[in-house]
Design a binder for this molecule. Structure first.
Ligand SMILES: [Zn+2]
Length: 264
């Protein structure tokens, strides 16, 4: 079977295990069904996820022009503390920014290798945790806008990392630690203005189970810019990565907007 189109982040469905999909313009597939089978990926070109033009992808699935003009990729996405919609101040497009920033956000602790702190819109729970390959996550607080979540994260970054170690995550080298106990220690370190929003529920604890037949001992990232064709047996899916039998791992999200042919 052949599938072809521009890659975008794999939609997921929570389950035991989590279900993954690849969605193209006129077809989609359930990636879990490819486990244990040989899969070929061939690079064919580019298609910007914003303007659909066949222009080289610059970052996050966008061509250069779209990346520097679209409201969807402003600095406040990666650095929530730079959000200004709550003050009525625009970065690129106040209407869009108000819609995204002025909604409930969750600050969480996730365990993907070490304990990581992160911010997400409430509607993105647990999707965001799945995308990061977290085995477990707990919500620390829920606040009414992105800015408050951002300043909390800045404070907690003094104690926890905010980036996933993708190698350890894929190799399943995960710290043994009680996340709920960790959460109980956090309260004192929160900025005063968010303390009333602390989530006191000590039973809310999400455990995620990924479709991985076998965790690789060593991993090498597949880079479609250098290796335009790859074939291998798929042995797992975790985070936004496809894991192959020879330790090759393919981060689908890093190649959004790359047009590929996938044959099974
Ligand atoms: Zn574009």
């Amino acid at each position: 079977m052949q599938y072809e189109g521009a890659l975008s982040k794999m939609p997921t469905e929570i389950g035991d295990p989590i279900q993954y999909y690849l969605v193209f313009e006129d077809s989609f597939l359930n990636v879990n069904q490819l486990l244990g089978r040989d899969v070929s990926i061939t690079f064919k070109g580019y298609q910007c996820l914003n303007c659909s033009k066949r222009k080289k992808i610059f970052r996050q699935g966008f061509c250069y022009d779209c990346f520097y003009s679209s409201a969807e990729v402003g600095d406040w996405i990666m650095r929530p503390e730079l959000s200004t919609a709550h003050l009525g101040i625009a970065d690129r497009d106040l209407e869009y920014e108000s819609k995204v920033q002025l909604q409930p956000h969750v600050v969480y602790l996730a365990l993907s290798s070490e304990v990581k702190v992160g911010v997400t819109r409430k509607t993105q729970v647990p999707t965001r945790w799945i995308d990061q390959g977290a085995c477990e996550a707990v919500s620390i607080l829920e606040v009414p806008n992105r800015y408050l979540a951002g300043i909390t994260e800045v404070e907690l970054k003094k104690r926890y990392v905010d980036k996933t170690n993708w190698r350890k995550m894929l190799q399943n080298e995960v710290l043994t630690l009680d996340l709920l106990e960790e959460k109980t220690r956090i309260y004192d370190f929160l900025p005063d203005e968010v303390k009333p929003h602390f989530n006191t529920d000590l039973n809310e604890h999400v455990v995620l189970n990924y479709p991985v037949l076998e965790h690789p001992k060593k991993v090498t990232g597949l880079n479609l810019d250098k290796t335009t064709q790859y074939s291998g047996k798929l042995i797992g899916i975790k985070g936004q990565y496809l894991i192959f039998h020879d330790g090759t791992v393919f981060n689908v999200r890093a190649f959004e907007g790359y047009v590929v042919n996938i044959s099974v």
